[in-house]
Design a protein around this ligand. Structure first.
Ligand code: LLP
Length: 422
């Protein structure tokens, strides 16, 4: 469910014609819908509440760290899951209270740990023994006791794309679950850290509940082991990972996911923390681009658009599918022909879709890439010295640029010649 629909034959973001934004902002750009963000958050929160779960939803900023998006979710009650100093600063700038922020990630630096401790965030999810030792030192130096979770790796196959599965023992994430008890004992003995929680995240874009159930049962076992040893676990951070439909997937509904949490962990008296990213923002964003040329190749037709792999990396990196639609709706009886939709970057990988059945396109037409709100702008770069793609937020019949397209002057100003080349 989203709020990008055709009205009188032209694609609208809520009450705003997408073409109107394109005329003002130029292409390519990302466009987010406030109503869709709110709907996804509300459906998720209600499903958890209906299952009787005492849950905090910490939006995973990595999916879309734009501070206007984060503020929209924070106003609805969301906290934040951050993985870097930059994301921590964005969460705080967006108005997320420190006591609703968790900090995940395998490579937090001393500087990042210092900032998290100084800001008094809710919890740091520790992913290794060396990190535990360093955090203990950093917090103790400041006379602070930091609430922590150990992120455990449950060795469960999430059944997703190899590049986004995280909960197998060969992945770099978390502490091997069979070693977890030992490491919790170490944490209990150290100054500056209080092991109050267990964290677990097994992968992204999951389309079944079974891997979650297996992982949560392992978390349950660990709670029992730790409690028997006097380590009072009172919070469970179950990560994110619930998938969204890109093409014809049918991921579990939030209610089914909530039921799995309730059935496996609901009776433990723990506060539940969740870190959804894609689920909240995926369908709330589109990437809008303009066709530059139609080109007849030897064996196929190419639609060369002005967005490229640097703006939306998912197809090049994961062979990900994004629905592509003309902004001006094609006539119902328009012929549909297979087209390769490609960007201008000098790589064959800069291909958004191969042999995609599309109605006739011509130079100048606008197209929208669907389900681009998660890991779209967040993963964009300036490859081929292309300016970072701008972002627009729509609310009702209003829209605002919430990240501007940098000018070439601004881009060049970051570079300089060393004195020996001047
Ligand atoms: N928590 C942790 C510790 C994570 O590593 C992730 C995602 C999340 C939460 C949020 O997961 P989500 O609810 O969004 O599935 N760039 C890839 C996805 C990478 C996900 C990395 N971790 C993509 O475009 O598909």
């Amino acid at each position: 469910m989203n709020h990008f629909d055709y009205v009188s034959g032209t694609l609208h973001a809520e009450g705003v014609p997408v073409a109107e934004i394109a005329a003002k902002v130029g292409t390519p750009f990302y466009c987010y819908s406030t109503a869709t963000l709110a709907r996804h958050y509300t459906v998720f929160a209600e499903a958890l509440a209906l299952a009787g779960l005492d849950a905090t939803i910490c939006f995973a900023l990595k999916a879309n760290p734009n501070i206007a998006v984060v503020r929209t979710l924070a106003d609805l009650g969301a906290g934040a899951d951050v993985v870097s100093e930059g994301e921590l600063r964005q969460a705080l700038a967006a108005g997320v209270p420190a006591e609703r922020i968790v900090f995940s990630g395998v490579g937090k630096t001393r500087r990042e740990l210092e900032l998290a401790v100084a800001k008094g965030i809710m919890q740091i999810n520790v992913e290794s023994e060396p990190e535990l030792e360093l955090l203990s030192q950093v917090a103790a130096e400041r006379g602070v006791v930091m609430p922590i979770a150990l992120r455990v790796n449950p060795d469960v196959d999430a059944g997703t794309h190899a590049k986004i599965t995280t909960g197998k023992k060969e992945n770099k994430f978390g502490i091997e679950w069979t070693r977890a008890h030992e490491v919790y004992k170490r944490a209990r003995a150290l100054p500056g850290v209080d092991p109050v929680a267990i964290a677990c995240h097994i992968g992204s874009q999951l389309t079944e509940t079974e891997p979650f159930r297996q992982a949560f049962l392992r978390v349950r076992d660990l709670v029992a082991i730790l409690r028997a040893d006097g380590i009072g676990i009172r919070r469970l951070d179950l990560g994110g990972g619930l998938g969204v439909p890109y093409e014809d997937e049918t991921p579990p509904l939030p209610a089914a996911y909530a039921e799995v949490i309730k059935a496996t962990l609901g009776d433990l008296g723990c506060r539940i923390v969740l870190e959804p990213g894609r689920l909240l923002v995926g369908n709330a964003g589109i990437l809008v681009s303009r066709v530059v040329y139609m080109k007849e190749g030897a064996t196929r037709t190419f639609a060369i658009v002005d967005a490229a792999m640097n703006d939306l990396m998912r197809p090049a990196l994961y062979e990900a599918y994004h629905a592509i639609e003309p902004v001006v709706q094609a006539a119902a009886d328009a012929p549909v022909e297979p087209v390769d939709v490609v960007g201008p970057v000098c790589e064959t990988g800069d291909t958004f879709a191969k042999q995609r059945p599309l109605p006739p396109l011509k130079a100048g037409d606008l197209v929208a890439f669907r389900t681009a709100g998660a890991y779209g702008a967040a993963m964009s770069s300036t490859y081929n010295s292309r300016p970072l793609v701008p972002e627009v937020l729509v609310k009702g019949d209003r829209f605002a640029v919430v990240r501007a397209r940098p000018t070439y002057e601004e881009m060049l100003a970051l570079e300089s010649l060393p004195e020996w080349l001047e």
